[in-house]
Design a protein. Structure first.
Length: 280
C-alpha cells in the first residue's frame, strides 16, 4: 500500500490481545477523510455503495469492522472481542483447527497479518459467523450472524465482479441463504424474548446508517421473499404472510422521520407490493 496521504487505512497504536490464545496484534482501521469515501446509491438491501475516487480507487469500508486474531482466527465485533465469557474460551480454542480448515476451503488466500482486501473482508465475516455460534443469548449472536452473512454476501458479489471465473457468485448465494435463516431466527427470538435486538448498538446492516429494529424486520421480509424455501407453496405463503405483516407496519405507522427514513419506507412499500403480487 502506498504511504502518505494516499493510504486508506492505518494500524492501531494499541495492541489487541486475543482472549482465546493470548496473541497480541494491531488492528487495521479505515481512514475516512479527504474524499476517500464517495457515497453512491443505497440498494434495496440497505447496502451503501461507494464510487471509486481518482486518488484512492475502490474502497470497501465493510472489510474492517470484524476483529480477527491472525494466530487462532477468533473473530468478533469490537464490543465482543475482548469480553468473551470465560466459559467459551476453551470451546473457541478447541475449534481453532476447524476454523483454519474451513477457511482454507473457501478463501485460502486470506491473510490477516497484512493489509486487508476483499478476500480478508469476506473471510472475517465467515469466521465471525462461526465464532458467534457459541455466544450466549445475552450477546445477541443470532442477528450478528445474520448481519455478518449479509455483508459476506455483498463482498463476495464484489469479488465476483473482479474475478468472474472464481465462483464467488455461488458463495454470495450461499451467504444470502445464511442471512435469510439468521434474520428470520433473530426476528423470532426478539418476539419470544430470547434475544433482544436492543442490546446491539448498531444493527446496520451497513455502516453509514443504523436502521435499527425497522431495518431488521424489513430485511427479514426481503430475505424471506428472495431466498426463502419455495419447495412447499403452502408453507411459503404462510411465511410471506407473516413477513408482509411485519413490513406493512413499517410504512403504516406514519410519515418519514429520523427514526424511519423515507428510503426505508419506500423500499418497504415496494417490497410489500412485490410480496402481495406473488401467486396472483
Amino acid at each position: 500500500m502506498a504511504e502518505g496521504e494516499s493510504k486508506i487505512s492505518y494500524w492501531s497504536k494499541k495492541d489487541v490481545e486475543c482472549p482465546i490464545c493470548g496473541n497480541s496484534f494491531r488492528k487495521e482501521e479505515l481512514l475516512t477523510g479527504r474524499g476517500r469515501l464517495i457515497a453512491g446509491e443505497l440498494t434495496g438491501e440497505l447496502h451503501r455503495q461507494y464510487e471509486p475516487s481518482q486518488k484512492y480507487g475502490d474502497i470497501c469500508p465493510l472489510i474492517y469492522p470484524v476483529i480477527v486474531c491472525p494466530a487462532c482466527l477468533f473473530a468478533a465485533y469490537a464490543q465482543d472481542f475482548e469480553s468473551v465469557p470465560e466459559s467459551l474460551i476453551g470451546v473457541l480454542e478447541d475449534e481453532t483447527k476447524k476454523r483454519r480448515q474451513n477457511l482454507e476451503k473457501i478463501i485460502p488466500e486470506a491473510d490477516f497479518s497484512s493489509n486487508r482486501g476483499l478476500k480478508e473482508g469476506a473471510a472475517s465475516y465467515f469466521l465471525a459467523i462461526s465464532c458467534y455460534e457459541h455466544f450466549p443469548p445475552h450477546s445477541t449472536p443470532t442477528i450478528k450472524r445474520g448481519i455478518s452473512a449479509l455483508r459476506a454476501a455483498w463482498i463476495f458479489n464484489d469479488l465476483h465482479r473482479k474475478y468472474s471465473n472464481e465462483n464467488y457468485d455461488y458463495l454470495a448465494k450461499i451467504f444470502y441463504h445464511k442471512a435469510q435463516f439468521f434474520y428470520g431466527m433473530a426476528v423470532e427470538y426478539e418476539q419470544d424474548g430470547i434475544e433482544s435486538l436492543a442490546e446491539v448498538p448498531h444493527l446496520g446492516p451497513d455502516l453509514d446508517k443504523n436502521y435499527a429494529h425497522d431495518g431488521v424486520f424489513y430485511l427479514g421480509g426481503l430475505l424471506e421473499y428472495e431466498y426463502g424455501d419455495r419447495s412447499d407453496p403452502e408453507s411459503r405463503k404462510k411465511r410471506l404472510d407473516f413477513a408482509k405483516r411485519a413490513v406493512a407496519r413499517l410504512f403504516g405507522m406514519g410519515k418519514a422521520s429520523k427514526d424511519k427514513p423515507s428510503a426505508l419506507l419506500e423500499h418497504a412499500r415496494e417490497l410489500y407490493e412485490r410480496m402481495s403480487s406473488e401467486g396472483k
